[in-house]
Design a protein around this ligand. Sequence first.
Ligand code: 4AD
Ligand code: MG
Length: 462
Amino acid sequence: MKRVKVKELLENGSPGTEVLAKGWVRSKRDSKGVAFIALNDGSIIHNIQIVVDVPSFDEALLRSIGTGACIAVTGTLVESLGKGQRVEIQAKDIILYGGADPETFPLQKKGHTLEFLREIAHLRPRTNTFGAILRLRHAMSFAIHKFFNDKGFVYVHTPIITGSDAEGAGAMFRVTTLDPIKPPLTDDGHVDYKEDFFGKETNLTVSGQLEGELAATALSEVYTFGPTFRAENSNTARHLAEFWMIEPEVAFNELVDNMDLAEEFLKYLIKYALDNCKDDLEFLNNMYDKELLARLHAVLQNPFKRLTYTEGVEILQKSGQKFEYKVDWGTDLQSEHERYLVEKHFMCPVILTDYPREIKAFYMKQSEDGKTVRAMDVLFPGIGEIIGGSQREEDYDKLFKRVTELGMKESDLWWYLDTRKFGTCPHAGFGLGFERLMLFVSGMSNIRDVIPFPRTPKNADF
Ligand code: 4AD
Ligand code: MG
């Protein structure tokens, strides 16, 4: 018999049919010669109930079937008399694939803290919470590809190992095959990277943008979606050392088009989650964040508020609010400032534009005023910055001057500068932090709980 997934059984199974279900036992209880097993196979947050007539089964077998065990059940699908489910399985035959010793299985009881679950990241997919998170991550990934595919964007795979710290976005992780104890040395005593695998220093990428720009200036509309790595020592609930980023890059777009695309994209993803992940969102709403669904709907209702960094700074300075960090024109906004604008002042997502050039990356389009660049950050409730992007400087001379001013090496960036030498064009793009999106859509409050295996300072155990 072919196995049917629990989601299919619960939603479409017809009573009276013989079925085969396989999965992991969430709980088992006995009552007057009948055992009730809650079986979950990850296809849906709900369990299917297996009803077992105890006397007709081997006692030792039933004893081995406790929380955490993996079983296959054949039986008849029948209408359920109990509340909460349409159908259940009246068991005829049960095979035990693997038991789980109740003395040592860590998920024996419900209601573990998220902190505890982080310590057993290898088993937490077996919980309702992480089942919901993983299905949601999948749905959001799929929706991202669908959004861009429907618009005719091309998905470009940019390299993970890079030979240039182009972005300057933060400390990088070195990639090397040299012996850490006895590396080859040059005559003047430095590590000789000529001897290394690539014949030069290499690192894990902090962003696929620069390579994305190469593709955009040929295919017009592209995006990347891959892992990025930052070795900053930011031990916060919003930073990971390894996170996933979606980076569209569009030829002929200016800053306004870039903002329009970002807003449409975020709204599309949130609507997709509401339309397609109802059960999981309801679970997360009830368990962790009673305002989650209302907040997701609210973001869809209104246009994002757009204003310049300068206007934002004025609002913050006039707010009378006590901030931990002072707000001065020219300094980067802290997440307390971003969240004040979003949560207290405008009460909706905000797009801040035209930041001081000194606090933004070298590639951003320089404005006439000589002080600002055509940057944009999208700020979200509960999160702060969820997207960072800009229109790009397409003028070779201006870009080259900025590269030199910042002490960057032409020898590292000549290939990027070539796009401005040959058939340059206005273009713009942005990066969405996938886990920041997941924080918003799931209502979880720690970024470690929206990625299967979080990499943070001093933590790469699983
Ligand atoms: O603002 P960032 O550094 O922008 C870039 O990397 C550009 N190259 C994007 C582009 O224009 N193509 O990062 C973009 C987004 C941030 O807004 C944030 O959501 C996320 O990536 N992000 C992080 N997410 C988790 N952990 C970290 N350490 C993050 N750093 C950035
Ligand atoms: Mg940023």
